[in-house]
Design a protein around this ligand. Structure first.
Ligand code: FES
Length: 520
């Protein structure tokens, strides 16, 4: 341990994982770790908002959010990251075996948080998770992983073979293994070559390039995003008609944790911005890879291209809002924000619904968002207990068959407990499937009850912080029971069917409020 302090040449000295270091004063602890010391387990999900918890490390043994900790404040102190945490391999194995880590972006920060708990009971873990966000897992696999950690042997860093199931569920190749939980999931901003230039967007939406992240931030004039008090609104008028059921929704932010990032060498191919997951469709059209290639060629050097959290909100595509009415016979009209592919998605499950695409002032929308369009149609049809795919639907147990053939059933008890069954071919890996289905169920509950993005009348996103989107917290997530139905058919993605079935069940339990989110 170094005695330290600020030195005359404007550096600050402290220890990281037991080794003495000196870094420039004036930046955040997160930037000191990532940019100057090459420690990448601490992730930047929202800096400097301090809201996602992905950059959590220990300072003198206490969890701290590094992006809002000025590095000068740790002078002479002891910083521990996941790389230096005793028992990190055991934690990683527990998260891997328990499905507590999917894309893995949030996991190192969560492990640092829960490893500091002296009595990790279920309630204590959920309370500790208030400082974190996870979009993938639906929290329960995280809690179960934490509670099972003491029994786990240290992890092997070998690939576990679970990636096939994960790729099915995530829609893109996703790695599964203890190395992912340790923060080594291959995220683009972790793998960029040292010395690469850094590109950020300025207030006018132009890319500015700096020698370092700190310089690029100065050049971009980055201003921290805010949360608005403006209400959520349904931007589309209901179609005229005598409907049995109507539903209006608003824009929904995919809210993935890893902001879009890429890097590229001159003349090379850009690093994939999909990181270790598909971001629920939110990154399929991201510009960062093309920008990295162009800027690398222009500058003749490797360039890192990064979205901040605010950029993700402003430029990333959203789930398109709808306004729909259905009759008791399953016919009706869905009006939806004009979005390539959305009419085909709706027709794939509800050929009796007329689709009207309308122009709406707002952020870009995508039909790649989880089950976009067809889930809305499935929910509407389930609400009238009519399904063109299964007229025997149990009115107390909402059932959805997805376009890929996966089927899910969901019901919610009066105490809020959620019961889900899913049939999607051979399970391959039950821990992975259960985690994905729990995550999908959690996302569906949030969609119906709390999620949305406030958009101004001119179409500008107003909620720019990651806590603005209404993602359900661990302590607000009800018990979720997942039963995997035996099926020896070809494995298919099952979590999207779960997403739609749970949304249908949540709408039913809420008494079919005509607008989502119901708690706006
Ligand atoms: Fe938590 Fe992906 S595993 S955000």
């Amino acid at each position: 341990m170094v005695e330290s302090s600020r030195t005359e040449d404007s550096t600050v000295e402290f220890t990281v994982n037991g080794a003495a270091v000196a870094v420039p004063v004036g930046e955040s602890l997160l930037d000191a770790l990532r940019e100057h010391l090459g420690i990448t387990s601490a992730k930047d999900g929202c800096s400097p908002q301090g809201q996602c918890g992905c950059c959590t490390v220990w300072v003198d043994g206490q969890p701290r959010v590094a992006c809002v900790t000025p590095v000068g404040r740790v002078a002479g102190r002891s910083v521990t990251t996941l790389e230096g945490l005793d028992g990190a391999d055991r934690w990683a194995e527990a998260f891997c075996a328990g499905g507590g880590s999917q894309c893995g972006f949030c996991t190192p920060g969560i492990i640092m948080r829960v490893a500091a708990l002296t009595a990790p009971t279920d309630a204590a873990v959920r309370q500790a998770l208030l400082a974190h966000l996870c979009r993938c897992t639906g929290w329960h696999p995280v809690v179960n992983s934490v509670l099972s950690a003491p029994e786990r042997a240290p992890a092997s860093l070998e690939q576990t073979g679970r990636g096939v199931r994960a790729s099915l569920e995530g829609g893109v190749a996703q790695d599964v293994g203890a190395h992912v939980a340790l923060g080594r999931g291959g995220f683009a901003d972790d793998t960029a070559p040292p010395g690469a230039l850094v590109a950020l967007l300025d207030a006018e939406g132009e890319w500015v390039v700096g020698e370092s992240l700190a310089q690029a931030r100065r050049l971009s004039g980055k201003i921290q995003g805010r949360r608005t008090t403006a209400p959520l609104r349904s931007p589309i008028e209901l179609p005229a008609g005598a409907w049995m059921r109507t539903l209006q929704t608003t824009w929904v932010e995919p809210a993935y944790l890893e902001p879009d990032a890429a890097w590229c060498e001159p003349g090379g191919a850009p690093a994939s911005s999909l990181g270790n997951g598909g971001a629920f469709g939110g990154k399929t059209s991201t510009e960062v890879g093309d920008v990295a290639r162009r800027l690398a060629d222009e500058h003749g050097r490797a360039v890192r291209v990064l979205f901040t959290r605010e950029d993700v909100v402003r430029r990333g595509p959203k789930r398109p809002p709808i306004a729909a009415g259905v009759r008791a016979d399953g016919t009706g009209v869905i009006r939806v924000a004009r979005t390539p592919g959305i009419a085909r998605a709706i027709a794939s499950i509800a050929p009796g619904l007329v689709v009207e695409e309308v122009d709406v002032a707002g952020p870009p929308t995508t039909s790649a968002a989880r089950a976009a369009g067809w889930a809305e149609a499935a929910v509407l049809l389930a609400s009238i207990a009519v399904s063109p795919l299964d007229p025997e639907i149990d009115p107390e147990n909402d059932m959805v068959t997805a376009p890929n053939g996966a089927t899910a059933w969901a019901s919610i008890d009066s105490d809020g407990s959620l019961h889900v069954r899913v049939r999607c071919g051979e399970p391959l890996d039950e821990a992975v499937l259960r985690s994905y289905c729990t995550g999908a169920a959690h996302m569906a509950l949030g969609w119906v009850r709390s999620e949305g993005l406030a958009i101004g009348a001119d179409g500008t996103p107003l909620d720019l912080t990651i806590r603005s989107f209404g993602v359900l917290r661990a302590i607000d997530t009800p018990p979720i029971d997942i039963v995997i139905e035996p099926d020896d058919g070809e494995p298919v993605n099952g979590s999207d069917a779960v997403f739609a079935a749970v949304a249908a069940a949540a709408w039913r339990r809420a008494g079919y409020p005509p607008e989502w989110p119901a708690a706006r």
